[in-house]
Design a protein around this ligand. Structure first.
Ligand code: ZN
Length: 459
């Protein structure tokens, strides 16, 4: 009888001493074992003990599956011992991809390394040492899976080898779901619209409820509309009454606004024309009057009744110009019409006195005189007149380098003092007169015209 009772169960290293234990029939006690390696090399082994036990202490010099035959007398036993040149690398699991916070009901990809695991090795991802979340497989030394949780709280995660011998641990904070932030926006807002034209604006209102109210606002002060949300959208109609660059905002809350810039152009922009003096008279504007470098514009009304209708012809308006001329020249004894321009109710503008010559309209006469034909003491000028005045004054400001029609500056007045006045003023701002109507120029929309012109100059 010859048996092995203990031998290495895993590969041994080159030059690593190992032991093989065995037992033989006590009949062989005192005999030496014979060992044959790979069927070629014979060597004498240790002596068999009195009780038949024996122990071989041995080492190999070369790697490979080494065949070892152990003999005594007629008995023999064989075994194969794998011999390797380097120690097998230790297996190691690690987490490398773990979000620190994960909202409930959202999924996250989680992964790590599985060093020295063969491809296809099954792992277990476990939460709080009891719930198996996933069974990822190793691929090229890595593992990855997707996780999600229904309840908030801190979770301990473990990645575990299928034999349970290797594991790594990490933690993840599962947080309460964040409410999605509401968001308003514009959908294709126009870059340019005409003044006083109906403007329809639309947009999205994501994560708002049906019926929620938004505010559409211009220039951070003027409320235009209060659209209500319907199915995540909003729509509003408005009219912009001032020309120039306007900041339009749709507002859901202090935290949620969207902005767009819309250029509001006068209805006549691009087509605005002043009717030349020759339209109504062959008499030239006198050339011997003092020259004028206009410092501003003064608005007037002619204060004459029976102004032409809004649908009057140019011939009607030419006749009216001659009435005004006759009053100023033959009635007042002036050299020409006192104003430089007259705005008719139709919106047509007529050239009167040459704009290079000093006028006769506000005593100081250092600027251009523009008169709305008619009586506007209490009645407000119509939209055509307003649009024409904006177009005309914009043109004149550009022509004479007037860059700010809004900010008041020290301005000479009819009583030889100075007052802070904008460069576009009303007759009554300079001289004690009712012209052109209500205080502040409201009947001729002076503040609106100033703002609109300023807007046009800025754009
Ligand atoms: Zn006046």
């Amino acid at each position: 009888m010859l048996q092995i009772t203990q031998a290495p169960q895993s590969p041994v290293l080159v030059q690593q001493r190992f032991s093989i234990l065995g037992v033989a029939s006590p009949f062989y006690a005192g005999n030496n074992l014979m060992m044959t390696i790979d069927g070629q090399f014979r060597t004498t082994g240790p002596e068999i003990n009195v009780d038949g036990t024996w122990q071989i202490d041995f080492l190999f010099q070369q790697a490979g599956n080494r065949r070892l035959k152990i003999q005594v007398g007629t008995e023999s036993v064989e075994l194969t011992i794998p011999v390797v040149s380097t120690a097998p690398q230790a297996r190691q699991l690690q987490f490398t991809q773990v979000p620190t916070r994960l909202p409930v009901l959202q999924t996250a990809t989680i992964g790590g390394t599985a060093a020295n695991f063969p491809d296809g090795s099954a792992l277990i991802l476990r939460a709080d040492q009891q719930f198996d979340l996933a069974k990822p497989f190793v691929n090229a030394g890595k593992w990855q899976t997707t996780i999600g949780f229904n309840q908030p709280g801190k979770r301990v995660l473990e990645i575990i080898s299928s034999d349970g011998r290797d594991r790594a641990q990490t933690a993840i904070d599962v947080i309460a779901a964040q409410p999605r932030p509401p968001r308003v926006s514009f959908t294709n807002p126009p870059k340019q619209v005409k003044v006083e034209a109906t403007l329809t604006l639309t947009g999205d209102a994501t994560n708002y409820n049906n019926g929620d109210q938004l505010i559409l606002r211009a220039d951070q002060t003027l409320e235009l509309a209060r659209p209500r949300v319907q199915d995540g959208k909003w729509q509003a109609q408005t009219v912009l009454r001032q020309t120039g660059q306007r900041l339009i905002e749709i507002i859901g809350s202090e935290q949620d606004k969207a902005q767009t810039i819309i250029q509001v152009i006068s209805a006549e922009a691009g087509t605005f024309q002043v009717q030349p003096r020759a339209t109504w008279t062959s008499t030239p504007s006198p050339s011997d009057l003092p020259n004028l470098q206009p410092k501003g514009i003064t608005l007037h009304h002619t204060f004459l009744k029976n102004a032409p209708a809004t649908n009057a012809s140019i011939a009607d308006e030419a006749a009216r110009m001659r009435v005004i001329y006759n009053g100023h020249v033959n009635g007042n004894g002036w050299a020409d019409i006192g104003y430089h321009f007259i705005v008719m109710p139709s919106g047509r503008v007529y050239s009167a006195r040459s704009e290079t010559k000093r006028g006769a309209h506000d005593v100081v006469n250092d600027g251009l005189g523009v008169a709305f034909d008619g009586v506007y003491s209490t009645v407000t000028i119509n939209q055509a007149m307003y649009n024409a005045a904006v177009a005309l004054c914009t043109l004149l400001c550009k022509r004479y380098g007037i860059t700010n029609t809004v900010t008041p500056i020290p301005t000479p007045t009819g009583d030889f003092g100075t007052r802070n006045l904008p460069r576009m003023m009303g007759h009554r701002d300079r001289v004690a007169t009712e012209c052109p109507g209500t205080e502040g120029g409201r009947t001729v929309r002076l503040p609106d015209i100033r703002q609109a012109v300023n807007g046009n100059l800025a754009s």
